[in-house]
Design a protein around this ligand. Structure first.
Ligand code: HEC
Length: 114
């Protein structure tokens, strides 16, 4: 019986931790994207479009394609000012290519940025 209680506890704790914790995505976004897209993804006039409430609603697959290869949800090539992250690395990643988990964390952050 005790074991069941412990297991339930662990399960709920990890579910809560992953649902409520945007800190990884926030950090990645603010160090790599915010200079152009605004501190909370609200966009910067004349620089880069809003992501919160827009690309944040795309499927993760489309979002990932935009980030990695600079193609938007309609298949349009994004202007070169938007980095093609498949050729680069997020700050602090020691030159490693962005992982799917990192992009998913940014996508998640943009759904509820604060
Ligand atoms: C140097 C400036 C710059 C940086 C840094 C940058 N972007 Fe962009 N991004 C742009 C510009 C400019 C566009 C719009 C290009 C266009 O419309 O052709 C864009 C477009 C996008 C789009 C498509 C939006 C849409 O509605 O079509 C996504 C998604 C995106 N950026 C995500 C990111 C993410 C995530 C990061 C950080 C990992 C990032 N960008 C970093 C400049 C930047």
């Amino acid at each position: 019986m005790k074991l069941v209680i412990v297991m339930l506890g662990l399960c709920c704790y990890s579910a809560l931790a992953s649902a409520g914790d945007n800190s990884k995505g926030k950090e990645l976004f603010q160090t790599n994207c915010a200079a152009c897209h605004g501190e909370h993804g609200e966009g910067k006039h004349g620089v880069a479009p809003r992501l919160a409430g827009d690309a944040s609603r795309w499927s993760l697959k489309l979002f990932e394609r935009a980030v990695l290869s600079g193609v938007d949800d309609n298949g349009r090539k994004l202007k070169l000012m938007m980095p093609h992250w498949q050729n680069g690395s997020f700050k602090g990643d020691n030159g490693n290519a962005p992982s799917k988990e990192e992009i998913a964390a940014i996508h998640q952050y943009l759904k509820h940025p604060r």
